[in-house]
Ligand binder design. Structure first.
Ligand code: MG
Length: 249
């Protein structure tokens, strides 16, 4: 069931999304050689709590941390660890959110650790840009398939693989609501976008093939071919005057 939000609810969601965006920025600023992914997670946790909010990934479906931190060929759902020490050249995807006043925010970005390769830069630039292509398509009267198509077309034209098994989603009182928002699709197909919908658009893009595999930890998702992956996400409100990115400071 898709839950449409009132103007008042959107105001409450904006606060959750603002805190989510700030936490992501602060966590991303901590990415540097020699730092563990656990330390980055703690920084995000402390910031979210300092705002009177709750880290909404923590304990969700049993996830043990504030942020999913996925390095290099890890696509999503990496578990922060004191043993995972970042080194120059790594790309680091951080996905996190905050809940306050009963509403959720959700956002993600991939950060460069030290100096990264030109190939890695191109993957980050393409994935970030594909998120904005998806957001541009998130207008009233369009369908969910228009968003997915915009993301897919942009990335596949540049030779990248679009992960199929995980998708964007509605966001609101629950972190994951209907509808699913795939990063692939057919224009004009799927759920119609109407004012009051709030969705997370989150391209997960592989440098090589689209195929993924899950690690025995039950969480970490990697590329099957061992090539790099990137992930960018915003929570977006569908309004009469166009898409509004909520995960901004
Ligand atoms: Mg999400």
């Amino acid at each position: 069931m898709i839950v449409l939000k009132t103007t008042r609810e959107l105001t409450l969601m904006k606060e959750a999304c603002r805190i989510s965006a700030a936490a992501l920025r602060i966590a991303g600023a901590a990415v540097r050689p020699g730092v563990s992914t656990w330390e980055i997670d703690r920084i995000a946790y402390e910031y979210i709590k300092s705002q009177g909010a709750e880290p909404n990934f923590l304990h969700l479906y049993g996830f043990p941390a504030t942020a999913c931190i996925s390095v290099n060929d890890e696509v999503i759902h990496g578990i922060p660890s004191k043993d995972r020490i970042l080194k120059s050249g790594d790309i680091v995807s951080i996905d996190l959110g905050a809940k306050i006043h009963g509403y959720n925010g959700d956002n993600a970005a991939t950060f460069a650790c030290g100096e990264i390769s030109d190939e890695a830069k191109r993957l980050l630039d393409t994935t970030r840009e594909s998120l904005y292509k998806g957001i541009e398509a998130a207008v009233c009267g369009n369908k969910v398939g228009d968003i997915g198509h915009a993301v897919q077309a942009y990335c596949e034209a540049r030779g990248y693989g679009i992960v199929r098994e995980y998708t964007g989603h509605g966001v609101g009182k629950a972190l994951h609501e209907d509808p699913s928002v795939p990063n692939y699709g057919t224009p004009g197909r799927g759920v119609r976008l109407v004012p009051g919908m709030t969705i997370a658009i989150e391209p997960m893009v592989n440098q090589g093939a689209a195929a993924i595999k899950q690690l025995p930890d039950g969480w970490t998702v990697k590329t099957a071919d061992g090539k790099l992956a990137a992930h960018f996400e915003h929570t977006v409100a569908i309004t009469k005057s166009g898409p509004v990115i909520l995960t901004v400071e």
